[in-house]
Design a protein around this ligand. Structure first.
Ligand code: PMP
Length: 392
């Protein structure tokens, strides 16, 4: 008998265990206060609305809800998505995906060849890098500042690139938001150079005081693929997201979707469609915004109090779930993490989010899942860890 000889594809060789998942394992030890996860707060899950909708869907619609269904998605849900987006979208352009993470995977399969140049923000969402990487792209980071990517650098790098992947609202990992002026300039740069945009917007509804400016896609719908998600406004366990694509590219994304999983679970689509009836999100999402804003304020106040006297910098996000912190010169967030965990607090180092030279001093803090009391204790422990490791 011969031993089976598994030969991995080049694609598989490019897959890595998510650095984040490895880090999160350490942080999931009992008793650790974790600012590391990217999870929404379970306090925001509308359990009773789901229970009611579940009974309703099974009572009214069981045979359709439990049957195979169209790859494009449940028509009423596609209509709902098209109708609530702030530009003119036809429901035929909407593809319901198994989370927006699947949207990223489909985009990769349809637009990336081995060696294709893909432009990304630095830092950017790690899950997108994971979805794109197996297709063997070359990542090129676009320069940027607190307002988003630099349109001039985008113009310079656009020729020959397949697309630019952008997160204009409350970005993961930095929490930064692209200003109105910057959006206009970035959209113009993409239009002038013919560079397609892949816009990822899972956090856009989670604004604190005022909604963010209109999406880039609204300014250039023929040149953009837009990704959205129900994970942060309802629940991530549903695995329900969507993409909006121009007619020129939609059929290919649909074929990739068919090959991947035939269709997004029909039961979940009907469930959410039912929950959304009667303007549910208009009542529900403001409660998430209020909770996350209060949590964010609490963490900012704790940072002000406990990091005083050290050269530690952080931003004040205007929505979303994350803030971005920079340690004093000479410090390295990855090296600091085990010491922080020893003191009972965890964060995510910034380095894995970079495709080019990482800024080792950066780290990401989620302000949504810890209680305010845990935020106080966790930030105090983090400040103490930093103080103990300040370079002399
Ligand atoms: N894009 C970004 C920027 C994210 O942060 C996430 C979730 N962490 C996703 C996409 C994927 O979300 P989902 O698949 O749950 O819709």
């Amino acid at each position: 008998m011969n031993k089976p000889s598994w030969t991995l594809s080049r694609r598989a060789e490019r897959m890595n265990p998510s650095v984040l998942r490895e880090i999160l394992k350490v942080t999931e030890r009992p008793g650790i206060i974790s600012f590391a996860g990217g999870l929404p707060s379970p306090r925001t899950f509308p359990v009773s609305a789901f229970a009611e909708a579940c009974a309703d869907v099974l009572g009214r619609d069981a045979s359709a809800a439990l049957q195979y269904a169209a790859s494009e998605g449940h028509v009423p849900l596609r209509e709902w998505v098209a109708q609530q987006l702030p530009w003119n979208v036809d429901p035929s352009q909407v593809l319901i995906t198994t989370g927006s993470q699947q949207g990223l995977d489909l985009v990769a399969k349809v637009l990336i060849d081995s060696g294709s140049r893909v432009l990304v923000e630095t830092p950017t969402y790690l899950g997108a890098l994971q979805a794109f990487s197996p297709m063997e792209p070359v990542f090129n980071g676009v320069a940027g500042d607190a307002e988003g990517v630099d349109p001039d650098d985008l113009r310079r790098q656009a020729p020959g690139a397949r697309f630019v992947y952008l997160l204009p609202n409350f970005q993961n990992p930095t929490g930064r938001t692209m200003s109105e002026a910057r959006r206009a300039a970035v959209a113009q740069a993409a239009l002038d150079t013919g560079l397609p945009i892949v816009e990822d917007n899972p956090y856009g509804d989670l604004w604190f005081d005022a909604p963010p400016p209109a999406p880039l896609t609204a300014r250039n719908p023929e040149g953009s693929i837009y990704l959205g998600s129900f994970s942060k406004v309802l629940a991530p366990g549903l695995r329900l997201g969507f993409l909006v694509a121009p007619k020129a590219i939609y059929p290919k994304l649909l074929q990739a979707k068919q090959a991947a999983d035939l269709h997004t679970p029909g039961f979940n689509q009907r469930l959410v469609s039912r929950v959304l009836e009667g303007g549910f999100l208009e009542r529900h999402v403001p409660t998430i915004r209020a909770l996350y804003q209060a949590q964010c304020r609490h963490m900012l106040a704790a940072l002000e109090r406990d990091m005083a006297g050290m050269d530690v910098r952080w931003n004040a996000p205007v929505g979303g779930m994350f803030l971005w912190l920079r340690l004093p010169e000479g410090m390295d967030a990855t090296a600091l993490l085990p010491h922080a965990v020893e003191r009972g607090v965890a964060f995510v180092p910034g380095a894995p989010f970079y495709t080019d030279l990482p800024d080792a001093r950066t780290l990401r803090l989620s302000f949504v899942t810890a209680s305010t009391e845990q935020i106080d204790r966790g930030i105090a422990a983090l400040a103490q860890t930093v103080r103990e490791h300040l370079p002399s």
